[in-house]
Design a protein around this ligand. Sequence first.
Ligand SMILES: Nc1ncnc2c1ncn2[C@@H]1O[C@H](COP(=O)(O)OP(=O)(O)O)[C@@H](O)[C@H]1O
Ligand SMILES: [Mg+2]
Length: 369
Amino acid sequence: MRLEKLHLMNFKNYADAEVHLQGTIHCFLGKNGSGKTNLLEAIHYLSFTKGSFYANDLANVRHGQDQFLINGLFEKNGKRMEVACSFSSERRKNVSENGKEYSRFSEHIGKYPIVLVAPNDIELIWNGGEVRRKFFDTLLSQLDKEYLENLIRYQAHLRQRNSLLRMFADKGSIDRDLLDSYDEKIVAAGTVLYNKRAGFVQEYLPLVSARYNFLASGLTETVGLAYLSDLEKVDFKKELDGKLDRDIALGRTSVGIHRDDFLFTLNGFELKRFGSQGQQKSFLIALKLAEFDYLAVKKGSKPLILLDDIFDKLDDERIHQLMELVADGAFGQIFITDARPGRSLEVLKVAGVKSQNFSVEEGSLAELF
Ligand SMILES: Nc1ncnc2c1ncn2[C@@H]1O[C@H](COP(=O)(O)OP(=O)(O)O)[C@@H](O)[C@H]1O
Ligand SMILES: [Mg+2]
């Protein structure tokens, strides 16, 4: 799969910009605040029908305008596919493929897979479970429709259950039948997600481990990825019932797969507490490269890789290792951003990698020759 052309209108700081993509490695070079990340965000929209940061589409409409349009021309399995995503301030979003509008965005997700490596990836190690769940949910959603649909259902039912709990608290009484009907749906969707997450971790771990040990060149460390869930030891429905009084007082549901977590370890020690900075960085890249491997195998085609400001975050050793892979042609199309043009061009040159380069300046793009 390749993105051949990208056209942005009133998206973030782009009034009207178009790029024709040639080759497989594309560099977007420009000062901080010029619009490099915004461009990757636009590609993220084409893949996921939303941005990677906030769920708020309106914030992505260029200031003073009332709608944005993102248009991407892809080559996929020898066919040209046009994906368009538009949003207008009447708060309606449209996503279409070859002119045909989707009625449900979940039908689109997974058709144009991407892997994003971004500066805030470190949150995957340092922050709470929510970021890790989001990462694995995003990955699984690209692969498994049933996963995505159960996730959407689970989240909706959970929100409804939580408002029900607050209503019970206000009224001072419980509608048992109504609660049971929600619980039944939550348990059904939650159990599907639990089983899929557990199975996935088993398959994913060897990929992360292989990538990690390549990046850590020479040293063989034991990479661990453990799935932690409330559902591991208990009967979901019984636990929901057992915690009911407490949950009514809290106004939220305190048991379920929305509290799951994933534990990263190296040689048996928690990465967050015991890993060196270098180990943490290698682990993050390994996690993302494994995402590429997993998607490539399961989809039968290579996802796009978006590398946002990675040269800032990585030390020379890891940049060198990563570029070795890039030069190897192991990946498909790659988008690289950097605020220091000289650096990335030098790194690519040393690795013997040819790239198509663009300068980015206050929302305008120009190819560099
Ligand atoms: N909705 C918007 N309308 C206009 N400009 C925006 C909007 N959202 C973000 N920006 C601008 O985009 C710029 C940041 O772009 P970004 O792609 O993050 O830069 P970088 O090149 O550093 O990655 C900022 O100057 C910000 O003000
Ligand atoms: Mg940026």
